[in-house]
Design a protein around this ligand. Sequence first.
Ligand SMILES: N[C@@H](CCC(=O)N[C@@H](CS)C(=O)NCC(=O)O)C(=O)O
Length: 202
Amino acid sequence: MKLYGHPWSSNSRRVQLLCEELKIPYSHETVDLMKGAQYTPEFQALNPNAKVPVIDDDGFVLWESQAIMRYLADKHKANTWYPTEPKARAVVEQWLDWNQTRLGPEAGKIMYNTHFAGDKRNDQAIEDAKKWLEKILPVMDGALAKRPYLCGAAITLADLAVATNVAYLDHCRYDLAPYPAIRRWFDALKARPSFAKTAPKM
Ligand SMILES: N[C@@H](CCC(=O)N[C@@H](CS)C(=O)NCC(=O)O)C(=O)O
């Protein structure tokens, strides 16, 4: 399987993390986003959205990081990571949707404006995102105060997906001290070999 991604992309990293955790063989094809490689006709034939990640699994092409995670978990029968029992699965879906709609956009704004925007840096966007996080992160901290992982006693797709956005905050030195349960959870995830293996090189 080919995974088209970028080392600094949280969306790519969550797919890579899952591949490492499930020991799915893959080759990582770097799409140089800084040089606009996502806009080439070759890449847009794979993903007309011009975004990473994309997988090519023996001719089956799929984009959207969390759709890719679901597909791979189902394909490899990773039932603890992505339960088949309806209620257990629904809780994983809940946190995946929350990740895409609540946490991801704010973490992305902070990461982009802190590290990649250059002279387009928008300090107001960082401040606005931080304000939103004051509403968003307590929800996650409250959940993790009651259980080791987002969906219960076992690690799931949701933990990997959400952790890549928390990694952005961590990288931007966002202070997680007010959220001790998130800190504990994130430190445990960071200690997994998959996290070290997929960490972007500074
Ligand atoms: N919802 C998509 C988002 C993908 C996305 O925004 N990828 C970024 C990298 S983190 C990208 O490729 N950006 C390139 C661009 O916008 O030009 C997913 O989860 O896969």
